[in-house]
Design a protein around this ligand. Structure first.
Ligand SMILES: [Zn+2]
Length: 268
């Protein structure tokens, strides 16, 4: 009984609603709105293009610090064959959280010129410099390239860095030119020919088809995609390698030394 009552009540209010609607339509009046041509209630500014916000991976590159040059070794890397002893595979180091960077001028890091040059490349290109190999502790140095020649690599003493520039992977020569331009533009070096002038290294290196360049302070090599593919540079791009030859602060040559390479960095 209660359900029937509420049904009747419901249908009554439905009828009432449609009656009201009918009444409203009968009484409502239409009216035209007149406007003259080009008449606006509010001014409309011409549309302007809004550039979209950069995605996080597109944002201007962070300044490089010594931390970008830390050893790329990792204990989870699988052991590799040892060309000298097949019984003893070569394992990688424990990684940069277990050991530090070389101590240079009393501070942990790499030679400051490497940080300055790569930041300069970032500033000039507006692109990210990818450091594929900065410091290599002796264990990771052997793991990434077990050849005899690599035993004296300056990566071990914080005096060498390999890199490419994201977005300019195929223009390594432009990057080499920028490195040279740095010496002409930087006040610290101005007027000193030994730094401003670069020479080609005629004897060449067996590992690179392009003749290296050098001034008093650095030695630049350019490796093509099929050249010098060690464990740290296992990518498909050409890359640039900078070696430090001269310590501008101590005014002396920078050479590989076993003691510096093996004992010159803190270990956990
Ligand atoms: Zn290491």
């Amino acid at each position: 009984m209660g359900a029937l009552f509420s049904l009747l009540l419901g249908s009554c209010s439905g009828i009432e609603r449609s009656e009201n609607e009918k009444m409203r339509r009968r009484n409502c009046k239409g009216e035209y709105i007149y406007r003259t041509q080009d008449e606006y209630t509010c001014a409309i500014s011409p549309p302007a293009h809004t550039p979209r916000a950069a995605y996080p991976w597109e944002r201007t590159t962070a300044k490089l610090t010594k931390d970008f040059f830390r050893c790329k070794g990792d204990s989870t890397h699988a052991p590799i064959d040892n060309p000298a002893d097949s019984e003893q595979p070569i394992t990688d180091c424990e990684g940069c959280y277990r050991h530090g960077l070389p101590v240079i001028h009393g501070q942990e890091g790499v030679y400051p010129i490497l940080v300055e040059l790569l930041n300069y490349v970032q500033e000039k290109t507006g692109k990210k410099v990818i450091i594929t190999s900065g410091h290599r502790c002796p264990k990771h140095n052997t793991y990434s390239d077990p050849s005899k020649e690599n035993l004296v690599s300056k990566h071990q003493i914080g005096a060498e860095a390999d890199f490419y520039v994201q977005g300019l992977e195929q223009q390594p020569l432009d990057i080499v030119e920028l490195l040279m331009a740095y010496y002409k533009e930087t006040p610290l070096y101005q007027g000193d020919k030994a730094f401003a002038t670069f020479h080609r290294y005629e004897r060449g290196g067996a590992r690179a088809s392009v003749k290296p360049w050098f001034n008093k302070e650095i030695f630049i090599q350019l490796f093509q995609p099929e050249e010098a593919r060690d464990g740290d540079n296992n990518h498909p791009y050409p890359y640039v390698s900078i070696q430090v030859r001269y310590d501008r602060d101590l005014k002396e040559k920078v050479v590989y030394q076993w003691k510096k390479a093996h004992l010159g960095y803190p270990r956990g």
